[in-house]
Design a protein. Structure first.
Length: 293
């Protein structure tokens, strides 16, 4: 990967992030849990085009800060009797070595630290986050294969962008630090999941990303009114907006016209991971076809 420094940050910033950028591998194992749960197509394209992909030092800053937090917690956690701290767990499944780096296992509780955005935390609390659930369950499975007892899974999330003013303004705004319980799938379901993911990464010759993997947001339709900035109503389809407006007397189905200054605004969706979080997106035919639709 080509590392750029467009903001001319001091050399220590460059050196600090270079360690994670030198090569795209899984630490000497066939695959890590981070790669396992990631889209198979993304991993394949990243490996194929590693020397062509560019990333700026500034784009790695949050990851650097997150690593610093992990390091400090690792040092503090060493004072816990019987705890596994930053432990590398590994098991061979279907002939392939699968590994995971464990943040903390203490008294049967598996904790994974996340330094993330407040809105990612809010969404995880309200809707769950499949990647976090998959990650923790694979970690638990690997630990159990090593003989460790794991009876509770949790995410310990820190909000890197928490704002006091917003916490007072928005209902349901999360706290600065939140513990999110994660469903324990059990070993049978988790092993089946791992085997399926191994197939996608190693045996599927033409993997494609799912809507969930692309963090796809579909088009939405907003009922707007002239002179008003916010939408009166947002729905998934034009017909749903027209039905809503007709029930409110704002739309005449016979003439197919809105009244009172109302109109429909189409809000285009996006594939968020592809657009903002995939270094290989410009090499991805699936995404390029989507842009050219």
């Amino acid at each position: 990967m080509k590392l750029t420094n467009k903001y001319n940050l001091p050399e220590p910033f460059v050196l600090a992030v270079q360690g994670d950028q030198e090569e795209y591998d899984d630490g000497g194992y066939d695959i890590s849990v981070t790669s396992l749960i990631a889209p198979a197509q993304q991993r394949r394209l990243m490996k194929e085009h590693w020397d062509e992909i560019e990333e700026d030092v500034s784009d790695r800053m949050w990851a650097l800060f997150g690593s610093s937090v992990h390091y400090m917690l690792e040092m503090a956690g060493k004072r816990l009797d019987g705890a596994l701290i930053e432990h590398r767990a590994m098991a061979v499944i279907d002939g392939l070595s699968v590994s995971a780096k464990i943040d903390l296992l203490h008294e049967g509780v598996l904790s994974d630290y996340k330094n993330t955005s407040i809105w990612a935390i809010k969404d995880a609390i309200e809707n769950g986050k499949s990647e976090w659930t998959s990650q923790l369950n694979v970690q638990a499975y690997l630990l159990r294969q090593e003989g460790h007892e794991v009876n509770k899974l949790q995410i310990v999330a820190f909000a890197k962008d928490w704002r006091k003013g917003e916490s007072m303004r928005y209902q349901g705004y999360p706290d600065k630090a939140v513990i999110i319980p994660i469903e324990d799938w059990g070993d049978e379901k988790t092993k089946a999941y791992i085997i399926n993911r191994l197939f996608e990464h190693f045996d599927n010759e033409n993997p494609v990303c799912t809507s969930e993997e692309m963090w796809e947001k579909p088009d939405t339709y907003a009922l707007m009114k002239k002179g008003r900035q916010s939408a009166v109503k947002v729905e998934a389809s034009e017909q749903e907006i027209k039905t809503y407006a007709a029930n409110k007397g704002l739309f005449d189905p016979a003439s197919d016209e809105f009244n009172g200054g109302h109109y429909i605004e189409v809000r285009k969706g996006d594939r968020v991971r592809c657009a903002d979080y995939c270094g290989a997106s410009k090499f991805c035919k699936q995404y390029q076809d989507y842009l050219g639709k």
